[in-house]
Design a protein around this ligand. Sequence first.
Ligand code: 3PY
Ligand code: MG
Length: 257
Amino acid sequence: MRENRVRSIWEGGGVALNGWLHVPSSFSAEVMAHAGYDSLTIDLQHGPPDVGSVIPMFQAISTTDVVPFARVNWNDPGTIMKLLDAGCYGVICPMIEGRRDAEAFVGACRYPPQGYRSYGPFRANLYGGPDYAANANETVVTMAMIETKDALEDLEGILAVPGLDAVFVGPSDLGQALGYGPGMDREEPEVVEAIGQIVGSAREKGLAAGIFTASTEYAGRMIEAGFNFVNVSSDAHLMADAASNAVAALRGRRPPS
Ligand code: 3PY
Ligand code: MG
C-alpha cells in the first residue's frame, strides 16, 4: 500500500505544506504538483472542480509523490466515498458543527467495523495498491473544519471522535461566525483566541491541526502557534497575483522616442 506521506511528516514532528486547487484542470494540477508541496487539496466546496474533474487532477498529481487531498462541498457520505474510491488520501470536511457531524464524517471515511464506508475502490486500488482496502482505514486522513460557533462550543466532543486525525481552520467562516465578516490572516483578538484554542486543544489530544492562510508570513506565525498542516493561497490566487504584479511592473512604460 502506498504510504500517506502527510502522516509520516506528522509522525516525524514536521509540517505538511499544502497547496490549494481551484482550477479544474489536470494541467494546472500537474504544474502545482511539481512545485514541491507535500499535499494538494482539490476544493469542491468553493472552487469550480466537481466530482468529474477530480480523476484527471488526481492522475496528474500522481505523476509525483504529492499526497492527493480534497475538500468536499458538504458532509455528504456519497461524495466523500466517491472521492475516496477515486484515490483521495485525505478528506477535509467543511462546517462540522459538533460530535455527531464528526462521527458521520469519519464513519464515511472508514470501512467497517470502524465506519460505514461502502466497498468499491475503483481507482484507489490502482493508486494505493492491491492491498488498499486492508490498509485504507489507517491511511486516509480525516480533517474536520472548525469554522462555526457550534463547533467551537463542542470542540472537545469533536476532538474525541475515534478516527478523526486533524482539524482544519476556515478563517473566513470562523471570523464571520464570531461577528467580524469574512477574511483570511485574522488579527481580531477574539478570532485569534479561537484559533489558538483550536490548535492548542487539537495538539494536546494528539491530533494534527491545519489552517488556510493568505501569506507565507502569516503561515509562518501559524506554524509557530503549533499548526502542522498549512496552506497558503490557491492556484488561482497565486496566478492572479503573479500576473497582476508582472503587468503592474511594466504598465505605463514607453520605448524611448
Ligand atoms: C474559510 O476560510 O472559511 C475556509 O473555508 C477556507 O477555505
Ligand atoms: Mg469555510
